[in-house]
Each structure stands twice: as C-alpha cells, then as structure tokens.
Design a protein around this ligand. Structure first.
Ligand SMILES: [Mn+2]
Length: 360
C-alpha cells in the first residue's frame, strides 16, 4: 500500500528538479503526512531524489516506522536539526530547498551554521501547498465524509440552541457530538457567537447566554481520517425582523454568486469579486470584512486563497470554502460557509446542510 505516497513523492521530485535543487527539507507535519503517511507532529523530513529520510525522536520512532511509507526513519537522541545537518554533510548535499514559511529564523540559523558554506539553501515557497491543494479521489471521499459529519453536528445543534443556553455549553455539545460521531477532534476552535458578538467574525465562545431575538453564528469543523471540514450557519432565535432577513438574503445570494463562478481555470479573485459585487449592490460590501474563502484539506486553511487580487486559476480537485458574511457592529453578524469541490465546468457542494435562514 505505497500509493498514493509514492506518486506524491514523485510529483515533488519533479518540482525539485525544476527548481534545480537535489533535496528538500520538509518541516510541516501536514506536508510529511501527505508525503509519507506519518501522522506524528515532531520531526523533519528530507526528500532526496525519490527517497525520503525522516528524523524524529524516541516518542515517535515506532509510530514513524509503522505508518511511514517509502521513508527511512532516523531516531534521534539529540537535537533533530543537528542530525539533519550531519546527514546533509555526510551525503554531500549541496543545494537544498525549504519552505521559509515552515522554518523559524532560529532553526534556519542553526541549519546554516551547522552545514556551513558547503550547502546552499534555496527558498521554495508554495511547492508543497500547490501539490496538496489538488485532492485525489481518496482524499475527496474522505473530505466528503468529514463534511457530512460537520453537517450532522450542525443539524443536531439547531435542536440544542435555545434562550438561556450559554455559548460555551453549545461549544461543549458541539465538540462532544463531533467526537461521538467519529471525529478525531475539532479542525479549529469552534465559533459560537450570539447577539452583538456575532459581529466578530472569529469570536470565541463565552459564558454569555443565548437570548430570544438574537442571531447565532455557528462555525465548526471536524477532523475525520486526517481531513478537515469547515461549515458555518447563522440561526435566529425567534422570527427574524425584516432587516435581518434582507441581510441574510444578501449573504445567501453573495454565496450563490461565488459558487456560480467557481470552476477550473477561473482566477481565485473572481470568486471573491462575484460575492462582493452582490453585497455591494445592497450597500453591504463595507460590512464584508474578510476574504471569501480558502482551500481546505489536511489543514483547515490551505492554498489557495479566494481573495481580492488572487490571479491564479482554480484547479479541478481543489476543495475550497465559499463564506461571505456581513458584520454590523452593535447588532450582529451573518455568515454562510460551505465547502465546494472544484470541477472542470462547475463546482460541487461537499457540505449539504440547507442554506436557508434557520429560525428557532
Ligand atoms: Mn472557513
């Protein structure tokens, strides 16, 4: 069972050759998981040609040897970067790529000092994130399951929300329901934001109790089989007044406009623009204070970004969120977020909870 790992290593290898380096240092746990299957979160992976060497410590050695595919495992007693440097010098590696987003300044200095002038370090931003952004069939199947789980939890929560319940209780129920349904954990700290607090796009749940005639934004995601989901719905406790309804319809239409244009080849920024235009038509664009979406996979926020000015084209097999919102200080916020799979001529929802305003 070496596929898909062998294919992924090959794909990286092709990129490294193009970038004119003989090796690459992988310092991001999601990246080495993608390349080798090792799920531990401490280590460094060196990819040299078509082979890979994982440096980890005693806590992860057995795990790395049983999970890792096409990888030899070096169990380190001392500092990992010391072992990495020694290996590079022994194997006469002279040109190595790394992702500057994944190494700290201190780690980079340590490596450069230990390897000396014999090794040239070439920053390669984005190589792994581009590879990881396009999902294969098995990944898509897993992401469908993670999205379905998030949807089930969301629908369960609609029955749990009522006046008097604290945001923190909703968050606790949410975490419990995710794990009970098989998630290994939450993909991020869930957002449960009620009343005026819902105007904070990334509000943390507090001891505040839900009240009648308030908006409640629920933003949650589960990790299932290593893959994340991300889903937001906005509910109203009671019958929503006209103004709230109008805002909700505007966000709903903005999301539909984004979904409508999202397909292979379309610049990422165009999806953002399509959503933003709808809100601008209602005079609400000044309340849409974040970008429209992001890639998702082994990590909850991945490449690409669906934001203003992003020119790179969407690719078939990418999974992205489309999540416009409006946030009005002192009153509340509305966000509708779904995950879609980019296809050659359209996109497909992976999250399947109804998108109409939920009035409870
Ligand atoms: Mn999101």
């Amino acid at each position: 069972m070496n596929a898909p790992y062998a294919d992924r290593l090959n794909a990286l290898c092709v990129r490294l050759r193009k970038a004119d380096v003989s090796a690459s240092l992988v310092a991001c746990p999601a990246d080495w998981r993608y390349l080798t299957g090792f799920t531990g979160d401490s280590g460094f992976l060196l990819v040299v040609g078509r082979s890979a060497v994982l440096f980890t410590d005693g806590r992860y050695t057995f795990q790395a040897r049983s999970e890792g595919r096409n990888v030899s495992v070096v169990s380190c007693q001392g500092p990992l970067l010391g072992a990495v440097s020694a290996w590079l010098n022994q194997n006469r590696i002279h040109k190595i790529g790394f992702d500057p987003e994944d190494l700290t300044v201190a780690q980079f200095r340590t490596l450069r000092h230990a390897c000396g002038s014999a090794v040239a370090w070439k920053p390669l931003s984005g190589t792994m994130r581009e590879l990881r952004s396009v999902k294969d069939g098995a990944e898509i199947a897993q992401m469908r399951r993670a999205a379905a789980l998030a949807g089930d939890v969301m629908e369960h929560l609609f029955g749990f929300l009522k006046p008097g319940v604290r945001e923190l209780e909703v968050a606790a129920e949410l975490d419990y329901q995710m794990r009970k349904r098989g998630a290994s954990g939450p993909a991020f700290e869930a957002i449960v934001a009620s009343g005026p607090r819902s105007a904070l796009p990334h509000a943390r749940p507090t001891a505040k109790r839900l009240k009648k005639n308030e908006l409640v934004v629920l933003d949650l995601g589960a990790i299932l089989g290593g893959y994340c989901s991300d889903l937001t719905r906005t509910a109203f406790l009671g019958r929503a007044p006209k103004r709230i309804r109008e805002w909700y319809m505007a966000v709903h239409e903005a999301q539909a406009a984004g979904v409508e244009v999202a397909r292979e080849g379309v610049p990422c920024g165009d999806v953002d623009l399509a959503a933003r235009r709808v809100l601008a038509g209602r005079g609400l664009d000044k309340y849409f204070i974040h970008s429209t979406g992001h890639g998702i996979g082994l990590e909850v926020h991945e490449w690409p970004r669906l934001a203003n000015g992003q020119k790179q084209g969407l690719r078939a097999g990418q999974v992205v969120t489309i999540e416009p919102g409006v946030y009005v200080r002192g009153i509340g916020g509305i966000r509708i977020e779904d995950e879609v799979l980019i296809c050659p001529s359209d996109c497909e929802f992976l999250t399947r909870v109804p998108r109409d305003l939920v009035e409870l």
